[in-house]
Design a protein. Structure first.
Length: 137
């Protein structure tokens, strides 16, 4: 994320995590916010609003947090600096087990939230399950 966006995002996420009883610990490089894994709290859901509040990409804890040790998990988003070309770049960790459909004819992107929330994963999809998920987009 561009630095100006990252700072606001990090502050909001940290406040949300602490309000959900996650315990903030010393950050582990390159991450900006880390939490005790054994905390009794839950990881806040991240909603990326795209066109409007009706079009959002929901990122759940398993796609937003990185386990760095048995005791520590960190927010898996990084400060990309001020001179990056794009404001936000999602990496493989955020995209893992999300279904994306690129419609080149209409220049549209369809997407699901994490398939893990539907008790499946990309590696478990069959062609019929894939078709069903695409229709649900």
């Amino acid at each position: 994320m561009k630095s100006e966006i990252y700072r606001v995002f990090l502050r909001a996420f940290t406040m949300g995590a602490q309000s959900q009883n996650l315990t903030l610990v010393q950050p582990v490089a390159p991450f900006g916010a880390c939490f005790r894994s054994g905390s009794s709290g839950s990881v806040p859901v991240i909603d990326l609003l795209l066109q409007s509040e009706m079009v959002k990409w929901r990122i759940h804890g398993h796609n937003s947090m990185v386990k760095v040790s048995d005791d520590v998990m960190c927010l898996g988003f990084l400060d990309g600096g001020d001179n990056i070309g794009n404001s936000i770049v999602l990496g493989g960790h955020q995209l893992e087990d999300n279904l994306l459909e690129f419609d080149l004819g209409t220049s549209m992107l369809g997407f699901s939230s994490s398939l893990v929330m539907k008790k499946t994963s990309c590696s478990q999809l069959t062609s019929s399950a894939l078709q069903k998920n695409i229709q649900a987009l």
